[in-house]
Design a protein around this ligand. Sequence first.
Ligand SMILES: *[C@@H]1O[C@H](CO)[C@@H](O)[C@H](O)[C@H]1NC(C)=O
Ligand SMILES: *[C@@H]1O[C@H](CO)[C@@H](O)[C@H](O)[C@H]1NC(C)=O
Ligand SMILES: *[C@@H]1O[C@H](CO)[C@@H](O)[C@H](O)[C@H]1NC(C)=O
Ligand SMILES: *[C@@H]1O[C@H](CO)[C@@H](O)[C@H](O)[C@H]1NC(C)=O
Ligand SMILES: *[C@@H]1O[C@H](CO)[C@@H](O)[C@H](O)[C@H]1NC(C)=O
Ligand SMILES: *[C@@H]1O[C@H](CO)[C@@H](O)[C@H](O)[C@H]1NC(C)=O
Ligand SMILES: *[C@@H]1O[C@H](CO)[C@@H](O)[C@H](O)[C@H]1NC(C)=O
Ligand SMILES: *[C@@H]1O[C@H](CO)[C@@H](O)[C@H](O)[C@H]1NC(C)=O
Ligand SMILES: *[C@@H]1O[C@H](CO)[C@@H](O)[C@H](O)[C@H]1NC(C)=O
Ligand SMILES: *[C@@H]1O[C@H](CO)[C@@H](O)[C@H](O)[C@H]1NC(C)=O
Length: 383
Amino acid sequence: MERAAAISFSLSILTGLYAGEGVLPQGPVNGAVGRTVMFITNLSPPPQPFITISWSFNGENIINSTSDSTGPGYRERITLNRTTGSLELRNLTLADSGQYIVAIVKATTETIIQSTELVVYEPVSNASITGPAEHLFANESSANLTCEGAGHITLRQWMKDGQPLPPGDNLFFSEDNRTVSISPVMRHDAGEYKCYLANPASFANASHIVIVNYGPDSMTILSPDTAEVETFTLLYCSVVSVPPARFTWLFNGQQTSVHEAGYVITSISYNNSGDYRCVAMNDLTRRNVSGDHHLSVKDKSAIPLSPEAAAGIAVTVTLVVVTVGLGLYFGINHNRNKTIKPTENDSDVYETVRPTLPRPRVNLPPGPTNTDSASTMYNTSIN
Ligand SMILES: *[C@@H]1O[C@H](CO)[C@@H](O)[C@H](O)[C@H]1NC(C)=O
Ligand SMILES: *[C@@H]1O[C@H](CO)[C@@H](O)[C@H](O)[C@H]1NC(C)=O
Ligand SMILES: *[C@@H]1O[C@H](CO)[C@@H](O)[C@H](O)[C@H]1NC(C)=O
Ligand SMILES: *[C@@H]1O[C@H](CO)[C@@H](O)[C@H](O)[C@H]1NC(C)=O
Ligand SMILES: *[C@@H]1O[C@H](CO)[C@@H](O)[C@H](O)[C@H]1NC(C)=O
Ligand SMILES: *[C@@H]1O[C@H](CO)[C@@H](O)[C@H](O)[C@H]1NC(C)=O
Ligand SMILES: *[C@@H]1O[C@H](CO)[C@@H](O)[C@H](O)[C@H]1NC(C)=O
Ligand SMILES: *[C@@H]1O[C@H](CO)[C@@H](O)[C@H](O)[C@H]1NC(C)=O
Ligand SMILES: *[C@@H]1O[C@H](CO)[C@@H](O)[C@H](O)[C@H]1NC(C)=O
Ligand SMILES: *[C@@H]1O[C@H](CO)[C@@H](O)[C@H](O)[C@H]1NC(C)=O
Protein backbone atom coordinates (compact mmCIF):
# COMPACT_ATOMS: atom_id res chain seq x y z
CA MET A 1 0.00 0.00 0.00
CA GLU A 2 2.66 2.45 1.07
CA ARG A 3 4.68 1.74 -2.01
CA ALA A 4 1.69 2.23 -4.31
CA ALA A 5 0.93 5.51 -2.62
CA ALA A 6 4.54 6.61 -3.01
CA ILE A 7 4.54 5.73 -6.69
CA SER A 8 1.32 7.56 -7.37
CA PHE A 9 2.65 10.57 -5.41
CA SER A 10 5.81 10.74 -7.51
CA LEU A 11 3.76 10.30 -10.68
CA SER A 12 1.70 13.32 -9.68
CA ILE A 13 4.87 15.31 -9.31
CA LEU A 14 6.20 14.08 -12.64
CA THR A 15 3.05 14.95 -14.55
CA GLY A 16 2.47 18.00 -12.41
CA LEU A 17 -1.07 16.82 -11.81
CA TYR A 18 -2.06 18.55 -8.62
CA ALA A 19 -5.79 18.39 -9.14
CA GLY A 20 -8.42 17.31 -11.60
CA GLU A 21 -7.19 13.79 -12.18
CA GLY A 22 -7.95 12.51 -15.71
CA VAL A 23 -8.69 15.95 -17.14
CA LEU A 24 -8.12 14.56 -20.63
CA PRO A 25 -9.53 11.22 -21.73
CA GLN A 26 -7.21 8.20 -21.79
CA GLY A 27 -5.24 8.28 -25.02
CA PRO A 28 -4.39 7.76 -27.66
CA VAL A 29 -6.71 10.08 -29.50
CA ASN A 30 -7.15 8.93 -33.11
CA GLY A 31 -7.47 11.22 -36.10
CA ALA A 32 -7.52 10.93 -39.86
CA VAL A 33 -5.57 13.05 -42.34
CA GLY A 34 -7.59 16.09 -43.43
CA ARG A 35 -10.13 15.67 -40.64
CA THR A 36 -10.58 17.24 -37.22
CA VAL A 37 -9.94 16.11 -33.65
CA MET A 38 -11.08 17.61 -30.41
CA PHE A 39 -9.03 17.35 -27.21
CA ILE A 40 -11.82 17.65 -24.68
CA THR A 41 -11.08 18.40 -21.04
CA ASN A 42 -13.63 17.35 -18.47
CA LEU A 43 -13.40 20.68 -16.65
CA SER A 44 -16.64 22.46 -15.98
CA PRO A 45 -16.65 26.18 -16.66
CA PRO A 46 -15.08 27.73 -13.52
CA PRO A 47 -16.75 30.53 -11.51
CA GLN A 48 -13.79 32.74 -12.39
CA PRO A 49 -11.91 32.47 -15.70
CA PHE A 50 -8.70 30.47 -15.84
CA ILE A 51 -5.58 32.59 -15.54
CA THR A 52 -3.74 30.73 -18.29
CA ILE A 53 -4.48 27.93 -20.71
CA SER A 54 -1.63 26.74 -22.83
CA TRP A 55 -1.31 23.82 -25.25
CA SER A 56 1.93 22.50 -26.64
CA PHE A 57 2.92 19.76 -29.08
CA ASN A 58 6.18 17.84 -28.66
CA GLY A 59 7.39 20.79 -26.58
CA GLU A 60 6.45 23.50 -29.12
CA ASN A 61 3.85 26.12 -28.29
CA ILE A 62 0.46 25.71 -29.96
CA ILE A 63 -1.37 28.42 -28.06
CA ASN A 64 -0.84 30.32 -24.81
CA SER A 65 -3.88 32.30 -23.73
CA THR A 66 -1.84 34.69 -21.53
CA SER A 67 0.59 35.90 -24.16
CA ASP A 68 -2.08 35.22 -26.81
CA SER A 69 0.58 33.58 -28.93
CA THR A 70 -0.18 30.88 -31.48
CA GLY A 71 2.55 28.58 -32.76
CA PRO A 72 3.46 28.65 -36.47
CA GLY A 73 1.09 26.61 -38.60
CA TYR A 74 -1.69 26.57 -35.99
CA ARG A 75 -3.41 29.95 -36.46
CA GLU A 76 -5.96 28.72 -39.02
CA ARG A 77 -6.22 25.21 -37.62
CA ILE A 78 -7.19 25.55 -33.95
CA THR A 79 -10.02 26.74 -31.77
CA LEU A 80 -9.49 27.02 -28.01
CA ASN A 81 -12.47 26.90 -25.70
CA ARG A 82 -11.43 29.31 -22.99
CA THR A 83 -14.06 28.18 -20.50
CA THR A 84 -13.13 24.49 -20.54
CA GLY A 85 -9.61 24.48 -22.00
CA SER A 86 -10.67 22.08 -24.80
CA LEU A 87 -8.78 22.38 -28.08
CA GLU A 88 -10.01 21.65 -31.61
CA LEU A 89 -7.35 20.82 -34.20
CA ARG A 90 -8.39 20.81 -37.87
CA ASN A 91 -6.97 19.68 -41.18
CA LEU A 92 -4.81 17.01 -39.60
CA THR A 93 -1.60 15.81 -41.22
CA LEU A 94 0.50 12.75 -40.37
CA ALA A 95 3.01 15.16 -38.78
CA ASP A 96 0.45 16.05 -36.11
CA SER A 97 0.97 12.63 -34.48
CA GLY A 98 2.68 13.01 -31.12
CA GLN A 99 2.33 14.21 -27.57
CA TYR A 100 0.04 17.10 -26.58
CA ILE A 101 0.30 18.82 -23.20
CA VAL A 102 -2.23 21.16 -21.68
CA ALA A 103 -1.31 23.46 -18.76
CA ILE A 104 -4.11 25.32 -17.00
CA VAL A 105 -3.70 27.79 -14.16
CA LYS A 106 -6.96 28.26 -12.30
CA ALA A 107 -8.00 31.47 -10.60
CA THR A 108 -7.01 29.76 -7.33
CA THR A 109 -3.49 29.46 -8.88
CA GLU A 110 -3.95 25.72 -8.78
CA THR A 111 -2.15 24.30 -11.82
CA ILE A 112 -3.26 21.36 -13.93
CA ILE A 113 -0.86 19.79 -16.40
CA GLN A 114 -1.79 16.78 -18.48
CA SER A 115 -0.72 15.09 -21.64
CA THR A 116 -2.26 12.87 -24.24
CA GLU A 117 -1.16 11.19 -27.44
CA LEU A 118 -2.57 11.83 -30.91
CA VAL A 119 -2.21 9.24 -33.69
CA VAL A 120 -3.12 10.42 -37.19
CA TYR A 121 -3.93 7.81 -39.86
CA GLU A 122 -4.35 8.04 -43.60
CA PRO A 123 -8.13 7.59 -43.85
CA VAL A 124 -9.40 4.35 -45.32
CA SER A 125 -11.20 4.88 -48.61
CA ASN A 126 -12.07 3.35 -51.96
CA ALA A 127 -12.98 -0.09 -50.65
CA SER A 128 -13.80 -2.48 -53.46
CA ILE A 129 -14.30 -6.21 -53.88
CA THR A 130 -13.11 -8.05 -56.96
CA GLY A 131 -14.86 -11.32 -57.63
CA PRO A 132 -14.78 -13.88 -60.41
CA ALA A 133 -16.02 -12.59 -63.75
CA GLU A 134 -17.32 -15.94 -64.98
CA HIS A 135 -20.48 -17.80 -63.93
CA LEU A 136 -20.14 -19.99 -60.85
CA PHE A 137 -21.60 -23.48 -60.67
CA ALA A 138 -22.37 -25.30 -57.46
CA ASN A 139 -19.91 -28.11 -56.59
CA GLU A 140 -17.74 -27.25 -59.58
CA SER A 141 -16.40 -23.69 -59.55
CA SER A 142 -13.94 -22.00 -57.24
CA ALA A 143 -14.02 -18.34 -56.42
CA ASN A 144 -11.68 -15.79 -54.88
CA LEU A 145 -13.05 -12.53 -53.55
CA THR A 146 -10.42 -9.87 -52.96
CA CYS A 147 -10.95 -6.69 -51.01
CA GLU A 148 -8.77 -3.67 -51.69
CA GLY A 149 -8.78 -0.16 -50.37
CA ALA A 150 -6.66 2.95 -50.02
CA GLY A 151 -5.19 4.43 -46.85
CA HIS A 152 -3.73 2.90 -43.73
CA ILE A 153 -5.76 -0.28 -43.21
CA THR A 154 -5.33 -1.96 -39.84
CA LEU A 155 -8.42 -4.20 -39.92
CA ARG A 156 -10.12 -6.18 -42.65
CA GLN A 157 -13.28 -8.15 -41.96
CA TRP A 158 -15.83 -9.95 -44.07
CA MET A 159 -19.58 -10.24 -43.68
CA LYS A 160 -22.08 -12.26 -45.61
CA ASP A 161 -25.77 -11.38 -45.66
CA GLY A 162 -25.26 -9.12 -42.67
CA GLN A 163 -23.50 -11.73 -40.51
CA PRO A 164 -19.79 -12.19 -39.79
CA LEU A 165 -18.39 -14.69 -42.27
CA PRO A 166 -16.72 -17.64 -40.55
CA PRO A 167 -14.18 -19.88 -42.28
CA GLY A 168 -15.58 -23.25 -43.35
CA ASP A 169 -14.74 -26.54 -45.02
CA ASN A 170 -14.72 -24.90 -48.43
CA LEU A 171 -13.96 -21.31 -47.40
CA PHE A 172 -10.82 -19.76 -46.01
CA PHE A 173 -9.20 -16.36 -45.62
CA SER A 174 -5.73 -15.24 -46.59
CA GLU A 175 -3.61 -14.30 -43.59
CA ASP A 176 -4.39 -10.59 -43.86
CA ASN A 177 -8.07 -11.26 -44.72
CA ARG A 178 -7.50 -9.63 -48.08
CA THR A 179 -8.85 -12.63 -49.98
CA VAL A 180 -11.64 -15.11 -49.32
CA SER A 181 -11.19 -18.35 -51.26
CA ILE A 182 -14.19 -20.63 -51.77
CA SER A 183 -13.58 -24.03 -53.32
CA PRO A 184 -15.80 -25.53 -54.46
CA VAL A 185 -18.64 -23.02 -54.25
CA MET A 186 -21.85 -24.48 -52.84
CA ARG A 187 -25.41 -23.30 -53.14
CA HIS A 188 -25.34 -21.70 -49.72
CA ASP A 189 -22.30 -19.61 -50.66
CA ALA A 190 -24.57 -17.40 -52.76
CA GLY A 191 -25.31 -14.05 -51.17
CA GLU A 192 -24.10 -10.56 -50.49
CA TYR A 193 -20.51 -10.31 -49.32
CA LYS A 194 -19.23 -7.18 -47.64
CA CYS A 195 -15.76 -6.26 -46.65
CA TYR A 196 -15.12 -3.77 -43.96
CA LEU A 197 -11.79 -1.93 -43.90
CA ALA A 198 -10.85 0.20 -40.97
CA ASN A 199 -8.25 1.90 -38.84
CA PRO A 200 -8.96 3.47 -35.46
CA ALA A 201 -10.00 6.74 -37.09
CA SER A 202 -11.94 5.77 -40.21
CA PHE A 203 -13.52 2.93 -42.18
CA ALA A 204 -14.79 2.05 -45.62
CA ASN A 205 -16.75 -0.90 -46.92
CA ALA A 206 -17.75 -2.51 -50.17
CA SER A 207 -20.21 -5.18 -51.18
CA HIS A 208 -20.40 -7.81 -53.86
CA ILE A 209 -23.18 -10.23 -54.84
CA VAL A 210 -22.20 -13.83 -55.47
CA ILE A 211 -24.56 -15.91 -57.59
CA VAL A 212 -24.19 -19.68 -57.58
CA ASN A 213 -25.93 -21.48 -60.45
CA TYR A 214 -27.36 -24.94 -60.01
CA GLY A 215 -30.23 -27.22 -60.81
CA PRO A 216 -32.85 -27.81 -61.89
CA ASP A 217 -33.56 -30.51 -59.34
CA SER A 218 -36.00 -31.63 -56.65
CA MET A 219 -38.84 -31.65 -59.17
CA THR A 220 -42.33 -32.17 -57.80
CA ILE A 221 -45.48 -32.13 -59.89
CA LEU A 222 -48.41 -30.92 -57.88
CA SER A 223 -51.68 -32.10 -59.32
CA PRO A 224 -54.69 -34.19 -58.44
CA ASP A 225 -54.72 -37.74 -59.82
CA THR A 226 -58.33 -37.38 -60.86
CA ALA A 227 -60.32 -34.36 -61.87
CA GLU A 228 -64.05 -33.94 -62.42
CA VAL A 229 -64.97 -33.00 -65.92
CA GLU A 230 -65.51 -29.28 -66.55
CA THR A 231 -63.68 -28.18 -63.45
CA PHE A 232 -60.68 -25.93 -63.24
CA THR A 233 -57.53 -28.04 -62.97
CA LEU A 234 -53.94 -27.12 -62.37
CA LEU A 235 -50.76 -29.12 -62.74
CA TYR A 236 -47.82 -27.31 -61.22
CA CYS A 237 -44.20 -28.18 -61.76
CA SER A 238 -42.03 -27.17 -58.82
CA VAL A 239 -38.29 -27.21 -59.22
CA VAL A 240 -35.19 -25.72 -57.63
CA SER A 241 -33.01 -23.86 -60.09
CA VAL A 242 -30.70 -20.85 -60.43
CA PRO A 243 -31.24 -19.14 -62.78
CA PRO A 244 -34.98 -19.95 -62.88
CA ALA A 245 -35.75 -22.90 -65.10
CA ARG A 246 -37.53 -22.76 -68.43
CA PHE A 247 -40.39 -25.23 -68.72
CA THR A 248 -41.95 -27.37 -71.38
CA TRP A 249 -45.00 -29.61 -70.92
CA LEU A 250 -45.62 -32.74 -72.93
CA PHE A 251 -49.03 -34.42 -73.11
CA ASN A 252 -49.05 -38.11 -74.10
CA GLY A 253 -45.58 -37.60 -75.55
CA GLN A 254 -46.58 -34.58 -77.66
CA GLN A 255 -45.19 -31.08 -77.16
CA THR A 256 -47.76 -28.62 -75.87
CA SER A 257 -47.66 -24.84 -76.08
CA VAL A 258 -47.38 -24.54 -72.30
CA HIS A 259 -44.01 -23.09 -71.22
CA GLU A 260 -44.73 -22.16 -67.67
CA ALA A 261 -44.50 -23.96 -64.35
CA GLY A 262 -48.29 -24.13 -64.13
CA TYR A 263 -50.32 -26.11 -66.66
CA VAL A 264 -53.77 -24.58 -66.38
CA ILE A 265 -56.93 -26.21 -67.71
CA THR A 266 -59.82 -23.85 -67.09
CA SER A 267 -62.49 -26.44 -67.85
CA ILE A 268 -61.21 -29.98 -68.16
CA SER A 269 -62.49 -32.43 -70.82
CA TYR A 270 -62.32 -36.23 -70.96
CA ASN A 271 -59.70 -36.01 -73.66
CA ASN A 272 -57.43 -34.26 -71.12
CA SER A 273 -56.94 -37.62 -69.38
CA GLY A 274 -53.45 -38.92 -69.96
CA ASP A 275 -49.76 -38.63 -69.22
CA TYR A 276 -48.26 -35.23 -68.51
CA ARG A 277 -44.54 -34.63 -68.49
CA CYS A 278 -42.86 -31.53 -67.21
CA VAL A 279 -39.36 -30.76 -68.54
CA ALA A 280 -37.36 -28.07 -66.74
CA MET A 281 -34.23 -26.64 -68.32
CA ASN A 282 -31.52 -24.43 -66.91
CA ASP A 283 -29.79 -22.53 -69.69
CA LEU A 284 -26.61 -21.90 -67.68
CA THR A 285 -26.04 -25.30 -66.10
CA ARG A 286 -27.36 -26.87 -69.32
CA ARG A 287 -29.15 -29.47 -67.26
CA ASN A 288 -32.66 -30.80 -67.89
CA VAL A 289 -34.90 -32.72 -65.53
CA SER A 290 -38.35 -34.10 -66.13
CA GLY A 291 -41.19 -35.65 -64.20
CA ASP A 292 -44.36 -37.49 -65.14
CA HIS A 293 -47.91 -37.40 -63.88
CA HIS A 294 -51.01 -39.30 -64.89
CA LEU A 295 -54.31 -37.47 -64.71
CA SER A 296 -57.76 -39.08 -65.12
CA VAL A 297 -60.90 -37.13 -65.83
CA LYS A 298 -64.05 -38.60 -64.34
CA ASP A 299 -67.76 -37.87 -64.29
CA LYS A 300 -69.23 -35.14 -62.18
CA SER A 301 -70.33 -36.41 -58.78
CA ALA A 302 -73.78 -37.92 -59.30
CA ILE A 303 -75.38 -36.11 -56.38
CA PRO A 304 -75.27 -32.32 -56.58
CA LEU A 305 -73.69 -30.80 -53.53
CA SER A 306 -76.01 -30.23 -50.59
CA PRO A 307 -75.36 -27.05 -48.59
CA GLU A 308 -73.94 -29.26 -45.78
CA ALA A 309 -71.51 -30.93 -48.16
CA ALA A 310 -70.55 -27.55 -49.59
CA ALA A 311 -69.90 -26.34 -46.06
CA GLY A 312 -67.79 -29.45 -45.47
CA ILE A 313 -65.70 -28.64 -48.51
CA ALA A 314 -65.33 -25.06 -47.36
CA VAL A 315 -64.03 -26.33 -44.00
CA THR A 316 -61.63 -28.69 -45.74
CA VAL A 317 -60.35 -25.92 -47.96
CA THR A 318 -59.92 -23.66 -44.96
CA LEU A 319 -57.99 -26.41 -43.18
CA VAL A 320 -55.76 -26.87 -46.18
CA VAL A 321 -55.17 -23.13 -46.36
CA VAL A 322 -54.32 -23.05 -42.67
CA THR A 323 -52.05 -26.08 -42.95
CA VAL A 324 -50.38 -24.63 -45.97
CA GLY A 325 -50.09 -21.26 -44.27
CA LEU A 326 -48.36 -22.91 -41.33
CA GLY A 327 -46.13 -24.86 -43.65
CA LEU A 328 -45.22 -21.68 -45.42
CA TYR A 329 -44.60 -19.92 -42.14
CA PHE A 330 -42.32 -22.66 -40.89
CA GLY A 331 -40.73 -22.96 -44.25
CA ILE A 332 -39.86 -19.27 -44.20
CA ASN A 333 -38.58 -19.46 -40.65
CA HIS A 334 -36.61 -22.49 -41.50
CA ASN A 335 -34.90 -20.58 -44.24
CA ARG A 336 -34.47 -17.47 -42.19
CA ASN A 337 -32.91 -19.38 -39.30
CA LYS A 338 -30.70 -21.28 -41.58
CA THR A 339 -27.39 -21.73 -39.89
CA ILE A 340 -23.95 -21.52 -41.29
CA LYS A 341 -23.92 -24.85 -43.05
CA PRO A 342 -27.20 -25.91 -44.59
CA THR A 343 -27.09 -29.11 -46.57
CA GLU A 344 -26.73 -28.75 -50.25
CA ASN A 345 -30.27 -29.99 -50.61
CA ASP A 346 -31.75 -27.05 -48.80
CA SER A 347 -33.46 -25.04 -51.44
CA ASP A 348 -32.76 -21.34 -51.32
CA VAL A 349 -34.62 -20.55 -54.44
CA TYR A 350 -38.10 -21.26 -55.56
CA GLU A 351 -39.75 -20.94 -58.83
CA THR A 352 -41.35 -17.59 -58.95
CA VAL A 353 -43.86 -18.30 -61.66
CA ARG A 354 -47.21 -17.86 -59.97
CA PRO A 355 -50.26 -18.20 -62.15
CA THR A 356 -53.10 -15.89 -61.34
CA LEU A 357 -56.07 -18.11 -61.13
CA PRO A 358 -59.78 -17.69 -61.38
CA ARG A 359 -61.77 -19.24 -58.56
CA PRO A 360 -64.26 -21.79 -59.76
CA ARG A 361 -64.44 -25.28 -58.24
CA VAL A 362 -60.88 -26.32 -57.80
CA ASN A 363 -59.45 -29.77 -58.11
CA LEU A 364 -57.06 -29.66 -55.24
CA PRO A 365 -53.81 -31.41 -55.84
CA PRO A 366 -53.00 -34.20 -53.36
CA GLY A 367 -51.85 -33.39 -49.82
CA PRO A 368 -48.76 -31.23 -49.50
CA THR A 369 -45.43 -32.91 -49.87
CA ASN A 370 -42.94 -31.54 -47.43
CA THR A 371 -41.05 -29.26 -49.73
CA ASP A 372 -41.23 -25.57 -49.13
CA SER A 373 -41.97 -24.86 -52.73
CA ALA A 374 -44.95 -27.15 -52.53
CA SER A 375 -46.37 -25.12 -49.69
CA THR A 376 -45.78 -21.91 -51.53
CA MET A 377 -47.54 -23.25 -54.53
CA TYR A 378 -50.58 -24.43 -52.60
CA ASN A 379 -51.04 -21.12 -51.08
CA THR A 380 -50.85 -19.52 -54.45
CA SER A 381 -53.22 -21.88 -56.12
CA ILE A 382 -55.93 -21.53 -53.52
CA ASN A 383 -55.85 -17.82 -52.93
C1 LIG B 1 2.33 31.55 -21.46
O1 LIG B 1 2.74 32.90 -21.64
C2 LIG B 1 3.05 33.55 -20.43
C3 LIG B 1 3.35 35.03 -20.73
O2 LIG B 1 4.26 35.10 -21.81
C4 LIG B 1 4.25 32.87 -19.77
O3 LIG B 1 4.52 33.48 -18.57
C5 LIG B 1 3.90 31.41 -19.54
O4 LIG B 1 5.02 30.71 -19.04
C6 LIG B 1 3.46 30.74 -20.82
N1 LIG B 1 3.02 29.44 -20.47
C7 LIG B 1 3.55 28.36 -21.02
C8 LIG B 1 3.01 27.04 -20.53
O5 LIG B 1 4.40 28.41 -21.88
C1 LIG C 1 -16.92 25.60 -24.54
O1 LIG C 1 -17.34 24.30 -24.14
C2 LIG C 1 -18.55 24.32 -23.41
C3 LIG C 1 -18.80 22.92 -22.90
O2 LIG C 1 -18.68 21.99 -23.95
C4 LIG C 1 -19.64 24.85 -24.32
O3 LIG C 1 -20.88 24.88 -23.62
C5 LIG C 1 -19.29 26.24 -24.80
O4 LIG C 1 -20.27 26.68 -25.74
C6 LIG C 1 -17.94 26.23 -25.46
N1 LIG C 1 -17.55 27.59 -25.78
C7 LIG C 1 -17.15 27.95 -27.01
C8 LIG C 1 -16.75 29.38 -27.17
O5 LIG C 1 -17.09 27.17 -27.91
C1 LIG D 1 -5.36 21.68 -45.22
O1 LIG D 1 -3.96 21.52 -45.47
C2 LIG D 1 -3.62 21.46 -46.84
C3 LIG D 1 -2.15 21.14 -46.94
O2 LIG D 1 -1.43 21.83 -45.98
C4 LIG D 1 -4.00 22.77 -47.51
O3 LIG D 1 -3.71 22.71 -48.88
C5 LIG D 1 -5.48 23.02 -47.32
O4 LIG D 1 -5.83 24.28 -47.83
C6 LIG D 1 -5.86 22.96 -45.86
N1 LIG D 1 -7.32 23.03 -45.74
C7 LIG D 1 -7.91 23.78 -44.85
C8 LIG D 1 -9.41 23.70 -44.82
O5 LIG D 1 -7.31 24.44 -44.08
C1 LIG E 1 -10.29 6.77 -54.85
O1 LIG E 1 -10.94 6.58 -56.09
C2 LIG E 1 -11.11 7.77 -56.83
C3 LIG E 1 -11.95 7.45 -58.03
O2 LIG E 1 -11.55 6.24 -58.59
C4 LIG E 1 -9.74 8.32 -57.19
O3 LIG E 1 -9.92 9.52 -57.90
C5 LIG E 1 -8.99 8.61 -55.91
O4 LIG E 1 -7.67 9.05 -56.23
C6 LIG E 1 -8.89 7.36 -55.05
N1 LIG E 1 -8.33 7.71 -53.77
C7 LIG E 1 -7.29 7.06 -53.27
C8 LIG E 1 -6.81 7.55 -51.94
O5 LIG E 1 -6.77 6.13 -53.83
C1 LIG F 1 -23.08 -31.12 -54.45
O1 LIG F 1 -22.45 -31.53 -53.24
C2 LIG F 1 -23.38 -31.83 -52.21
C3 LIG F 1 -22.60 -32.08 -50.95
O2 LIG F 1 -21.41 -32.76 -51.21
C4 LIG F 1 -24.23 -33.03 -52.63
O3 LIG F 1 -25.15 -33.31 -51.62
C5 LIG F 1 -24.96 -32.67 -53.90
O4 LIG F 1 -25.68 -33.76 -54.36
C6 LIG F 1 -23.99 -32.22 -54.97
N1 LIG F 1 -24.76 -31.72 -56.09
C7 LIG F 1 -24.41 -31.97 -57.32
C8 LIG F 1 -25.27 -31.38 -58.37
O5 LIG F 1 -23.41 -32.63 -57.61
C1 LIG G 1 -7.57 -18.20 -55.59
O1 LIG G 1 -6.37 -17.81 -54.94
C2 LIG G 1 -5.49 -18.89 -54.66
C3 LIG G 1 -4.34 -18.36 -53.84
O2 LIG G 1 -3.86 -17.17 -54.38
C4 LIG G 1 -5.04 -19.51 -55.99
O3 LIG G 1 -4.20 -20.60 -55.73
C5 LIG G 1 -6.26 -19.97 -56.75
O4 LIG G 1 -5.88 -20.45 -58.02
C6 LIG G 1 -7.26 -18.86 -56.92
N1 LIG G 1 -8.47 -19.41 -57.46
C7 LIG G 1 -9.18 -18.80 -58.40
C8 LIG G 1 -10.41 -19.47 -58.83
O5 LIG G 1 -8.81 -17.72 -58.88
C1 LIG H 1 -9.53 -11.19 -40.04
O1 LIG H 1 -10.90 -11.48 -39.76
C2 LIG H 1 -11.09 -12.03 -38.47
C3 LIG H 1 -12.54 -12.42 -38.34
O2 LIG H 1 -13.39 -11.37 -38.69
C4 LIG H 1 -10.68 -11.01 -37.42
O3 LIG H 1 -10.84 -11.56 -36.13
C5 LIG H 1 -9.22 -10.64 -37.63
O4 LIG H 1 -8.87 -9.60 -36.73
C6 LIG H 1 -9.01 -10.16 -39.06
N1 LIG H 1 -7.60 -9.91 -39.29
C7 LIG H 1 -7.15 -8.78 -39.81
C8 LIG H 1 -5.68 -8.70 -40.06
O5 LIG H 1 -7.88 -7.85 -40.06
C1 LIG I 1 -20.86 0.80 -45.21
O1 LIG I 1 -21.17 0.88 -43.84
C2 LIG I 1 -22.14 1.87 -43.53
C3 LIG I 1 -22.27 1.96 -42.04
O2 LIG I 1 -22.28 0.69 -41.46
C4 LIG I 1 -23.45 1.53 -44.21
O3 LIG I 1 -24.41 2.50 -43.94
C5 LIG I 1 -23.21 1.44 -45.69
O4 LIG I 1 -24.39 1.05 -46.33
C6 LIG I 1 -22.10 0.48 -45.99
N1 LIG I 1 -21.81 0.53 -47.41
C7 LIG I 1 -21.70 -0.56 -48.16
C8 LIG I 1 -21.37 -0.36 -49.60
O5 LIG I 1 -21.86 -1.67 -47.68
C1 LIG J 1 -61.08 -32.27 -76.44
O1 LIG J 1 -62.48 -32.17 -76.36
C2 LIG J 1 -63.00 -30.86 -76.52
C3 LIG J 1 -64.49 -30.89 -76.34
O2 LIG J 1 -64.84 -31.93 -75.48
C4 LIG J 1 -62.63 -30.33 -77.88
O3 LIG J 1 -63.10 -29.00 -78.00
C5 LIG J 1 -61.14 -30.36 -78.04
O4 LIG J 1 -60.77 -29.96 -79.34
C6 LIG J 1 -60.61 -31.74 -77.79
N1 LIG J 1 -59.19 -31.67 -77.81
C7 LIG J 1 -58.42 -32.57 -78.38
C8 LIG J 1 -56.95 -32.37 -78.29
O5 LIG J 1 -58.90 -33.50 -78.92
C1 LIG K 1 -32.68 -30.16 -72.75
O1 LIG K 1 -33.87 -29.95 -73.42
C2 LIG K 1 -33.75 -29.16 -74.57
C3 LIG K 1 -35.12 -28.89 -75.12
O2 LIG K 1 -35.88 -30.04 -75.08
C4 LIG K 1 -32.90 -29.92 -75.58
O3 LIG K 1 -32.75 -29.13 -76.74
C5 LIG K 1 -31.56 -30.19 -74.95
O4 LIG K 1 -30.78 -30.97 -75.81
C6 LIG K 1 -31.71 -30.89 -73.64
N1 LIG K 1 -30.41 -30.94 -73.01
C7 LIG K 1 -30.01 -31.99 -72.34
C8 LIG K 1 -28.65 -31.89 -71.71
O5 LIG K 1 -30.70 -32.98 -72.20
